[in-house]
Structures are given as C-alpha cells and as structure tokens.
Write a protein that binds this ligand. Structure first.
Ligand code: 0RQ
Length: 504
C-alpha cells in the first residue's frame, strides 16, 4: 500500500525487510516501538533473529541490546530471545521465552518505571542508541510520521537514534491519524516546564512524530496484525474482586469523598482488570474518564455505552474481535481517545494533579501493605513493574488487586512479608481480594495487619497469619511493625521445598 508513504524522499528508501535487517550490526543498541503487543515492528525483528541464528551457526557472536516501550510479541521478543540474540533488555517484557532466558541468567533485564525510560535515555545514562526500528501507520507529504496503535517511547527513539528504520504497516487503520498527541515540550532539568494538562482528554502536543529524514536508512512496508491477546470472560473470583471495588467506589461517592463521575481511572490489564471494567459497565456510573496506560476491550465497551466519556493512554491492547470492531469504527472513537508518549501517559505530575484512581494487579501483599508485583518467590521475574509504580505512588487512591491464592491454593497472596518489594506500604492505599477489601489509609502498621488478615486473606491461611502476627507482636525486636525475621519468609521457602505454603 504505497498510498501510506506520501513523502517522495522517504518513498525512495523503501527496501525489502531483509535488507533493512542487514543494516543492524552485532553489538548495536536498538530502540524498537511496541507496547502491550500494539505497534511493534512486524518484519525486521524476525529477519534479524534469522541473521543472528545464522551468525551463531557460523560461530560468530551476534547480540543486540533491546529497548522498547513495553511488552511486544512473539515475532519480536520471542524470536530474538529464542535466537539468543538479546544481551540486555529494558524496560518491560512479558514474553515466555524471554522470561525463561532472563530467569536462567542468560539475558540481562532492567525493569524500569515506564515513565522514567525516556528521561534515562536522554540523560545518556543508558549509553548511545544506534538504531530505532519504529512502526508507523503512514508518512505525510512533508515527511512526518503518523503513529500506529501505540506511541510508547517512539518520540525518544526517533530523536536519539543514529539510524532509523521505519516499518509502515498498512494493516493499521488509516483512521488512527488524528488520535495521537505527541508532546515535544519535555526537557531535562533544570529546564523543565509544567506539563499543561488538566483533563484526561486534553491535547497539548501534535498529532505526528518527527524524524530527521537524513537518519532514515530504510523504510519497510508491512501489512500484519498486532499481537492477538485473547479475551477471557472474567471468572467468579475476578467478578468478586471487581464487586468489592465497585461497591467501595459507590460508598466513597455516597459519603462525599469522590465526585459522582469519580476521578480518572487507571486500569491494569488481565482477567481482574477486565472484570472491573465489565463491572463498571453494569454499574450506575456514567461520564467517567480514564487516564491510563493501555486501552483494553472493556474500555471500548465503556466508551460505546457512554459510561466512559474519554480516555487517555499510550497504547491499545485488544483481542482479535475488539481489534476488528475498532478498526471498522475508528471514527466513532477518534475524538474520545488520546494516545500519548508513555512519559506523558504515565507522568507522575499529571497522575497526581488529576487524582487518578489506580487499579493494578499484584503477585502478593504482606500484612503491612507492601506489594510485590514482579517476582515469584523473591527471585523469578514474571513480567515487570510496568506503569504500576508511576500510577501507584502518585494516585489519589491506589488499589492493588489479586485472587487471595495462586496455584490452586498452594500459595497465599497474603504473606507475612513480601519476597520482593515493588510498592512500599507508603504507596498502597487499598488491597482487594475476592474475600474483601482493606482500606489501609491512615492506619498504623498493627491495625493494617488485622484488617488485611480479616478482610483479604483466604480462610485457610487466616489462622496461620493470625498465629504469625500474634507471635511477632510478642517476640519482635520492635512493636511498631512486628516481624519475626527468621520466619518472615518461611512461607516462601516452605513452598519451594514442599510445593505448598500450608504446613504438613
Ligand atoms: O502464573 O499462568 O503460570 O499460573 O502469576 O497471575 O493471576 O493470571 O494474574 O495476569 O493479572 O498477572 C502481577 C503478574 C498479575 C500482573 C501480575 C502467578 C499465577 C500466574 C499471573 P501461571 P494471574 P495477572 C499495568 C501496570 C505488573 C505490571 C503492572 C503484572 C501468573 O498484573 O505483571 O502492574 N503486573 N503494570 O499463577 C506465585 C503468587 C502468585 C503467582 C500469581 N503469589 N505466587 N505465583 N502468580 N500470584 C498498567 C496498564 O495499564 C497495562
């Protein structure tokens, strides 16, 4: 579809994808587009993986360092990880092959707050960026880039990279043009100015990305779908979690702590987040807004029904059915969805100003409200912190949601002490499981512990938690946050030794 490339000079740079992949050298640092499976390059990474495999077969070393917006797809993270082609990966990933190699110690992984990445790169702290490989949905006559289904860190990669490879994907709906708001007002301290965004739907930037045409070494045409994230109907546990949360929000409105249309919502992805969005659909709330990271299926339904008036994000994360529906009706959504660079979609200044209600999944929480979002049994990374920290620390109310157990009840998600900390007790307002909700705000540690045990823990783990806590209260070095250090992580070690956190 050459109709997508309307700039003559860039049209002359169109090459087959393997020629573009051949421009990447061993040892290069690559900044690729892609966020939650949306807007990643579809052709060059896989061909690069093939080159790497061939080089390794010939006994030649070939690895690259890989930066993105967030998670990508099997044909990017999966293919490069399978080829042993990644030296260092940042700032977030969720691919099973890459996860296995990271946990085997074969890929270095830097797990970064998603709003911090651009600043770290600009500061020069991560080293130079050799090549940007960025998917766009089109190129205008004057050589500007129409972003695709995610914005992520693309602005930063295009500005910083020494060489640029563009993938123009004609599968992306042409109607995306106009939906993006690329803010070029960021600067490094001491030259930063306030980000003048006061409502989730505000537009403060421009619709297109800029690129220095002299840096563009190749343009590749593709027509391939984003990653298909299948949508599963929420199960009973997820529905129960959503129910507690929505009841709580209704109560906060009734006592005057939140306005009737709430405050802008941030919602994580996954089964529980979907259940919350479905629950909102059935609630009496209307004219809500969202200031979030990702737009998932449930958000489109909420926009369509009017429950949600507008939403800001950096990317889509849709199921195949929702993608088809969205692509057929882009015009209907265009004025009510704004896609921004992730440094703005997740900006602490804006999250604080708007008073975002942040709702994120977690792996485990402890008696005092510390939350682990990333590591299984303290050392095995699942995905990464993503945007959860950007939102949680700066939110008006920060909710963390999880089923009370994992692995069929062999693991309690409420533990004496978390085995890794992503969100400290100071950043966590409310913990929700299928059994209930604990509002920890304003409570001292010992009151928190009682509430978390009584309201959130699974019934089979409550006596064990109560017993630990009672003995800690008596035997701890201090009674402010009572712990028995020799025992605090014993539930995790018991699981590793016996396959269950339950004794005997
Ligand atoms: O593993 O599939 O092998 O069984 O962890 O758990 O219950 O499917 O939950 O998909 O919502 O993921 C925290 C990982 C939850 C996610 C996390 C095991 C469990 C399963 C997944 P299996 P579930 P979810 C988003 C902001 C960080 C990033 C973030 C996440 C697997 O929410 O990555 O918040 N968050 N970004 O069995 C051992 C436990 C466990 C456990 C779950 N306590 N111990 N294993 N699992 N709890 C902002 C956006 O807008 C995108």
């Amino acid at each position: 579809d050459t109709g997508r490339i309307r700039n003559a000079a860039l049209a002359r740079k169109v090459v087959p994808a393997d020629q573009a992949a051949a421009l990447i050298r061993p040892g290069d640092t690559l900044g690729m587009s892609g966020f939650t499976g949306a807007g990643h390059p579809k052709a060059v990474p896989e061909l690069l993986a093939q080159r790497i495999t061939a080089a390794h077969a010939a006994g030649e070393p070939f690895q690259v360092d890989l930066w993105t917006g967030a998670s990508t797809a099997p044909e990017l993270d999966g293919a490069l990880a399978a080829a042993d082609g990644i030296g260092l990966r940042l700032p977030y990933q969720s691919d099973p092959i890459a996860r296995q190699k990271i946990n085997a110690g074969e890929i270095d992984y830097v797990d970064v707050h998603l709003s911090h990445v651009a600043q770290l790169a600009w500061e020069g702290f991560l080293g130079p960026l050799d090549v940007a490989v960025v998917e766009v949905s089109g190129i205008t006559e004057d050589g500007q880039l129409i972003p695709s289904s995610s914005v992520g860190n693309n602005k930063t990669w295009l500005d910083l990279a020494e060489r640029v490879v563009l993938e123009v994907n004609s599968w992306q709906p042409a109607g995306l043009d106009g939906m993006h708001d690329v803010y070029y007002g960021t600067a490094l301290p001491p030259n930063r100015r306030p980000v003048q965004l006061t409502r989730p739907g505000d537009r403060i930037g421009v619709p297109h990305l800029r690129v220095d045409p002299d840096k563009v070494v190749a343009v590749v045409e593709t027509s391939a779908p984003d990653r298909n994230t299948p949508f599963s109907e929420p199960d009973d546990t997820a529905r129960a979690i959503a129910g507690h949360l929505i009841e709580y929000l209704e109560h906060q409105v009734s006592v005057g702590r939140l306005p009737a249309e709430l405050l802008p919502l941030q919602s994580g992805v996954g089964n529980v987040a979907n259940a919350v969005l479905s629950g909102l659909q059935e609630s009496r709330f209307e004219q809500l807004t969202a200031y979030t990271e990702v737009i998932q299926d449930g958000m489109l339904d909420l926009l369509r029904s009017g429950t949600l008036a507008s939403t800001s994000a950096t990317a889509f994360s849709l199921s195949p059915t929702a993608i088809a529906d969205f692509n057929a009706h882009v015009a209907e959504f265009r004025d009510r969805i704004v896609l921004r660079p992730q440094e703005i979609s997740n900006h602490p200044e804006i999250v604080r100003r708007l008073g975002v209600l942040a709702m994120n999944g977690m792996i485990e929480a402890d008696l005092y409200g510390n939350v682990n979002s990333t590591h299984l049994m303290g050392s095995r990374i699942q995905n990464g912190i993503g945007g959860s920290g950007d939102f949680a620390r700066n939110a008006y109310v920060s909710f963390f949601l999880t089923p009370s157990t994992a692995k069929g009840g062999a693991i309690s998600s409420i533990v004496p002490m978390v085995s890794h900390v992503d969100h400290t007790e100071h950043d966590v307002s409310v913990i929700v499981t299928e059994h209930g909700l604990a509002d920890l705000r304003g409570l001292p540690p010992r009151k928190r512990a009682r509430l978390v045990i009584d309201n959130c823990a699974a019934p089979e783990y409550r006596p064990l938690l109560t017993d630990y806590y009672a003995r800690a209260e008596r035997g701890a070095h201090g009674r402010h946050t009572p712990h028995l250090l020799a025992e605090a992580l014993s539930w995790h070690t018991r699981y590793l030794e016996t396959g269950s956190m339950l004794p005997g």
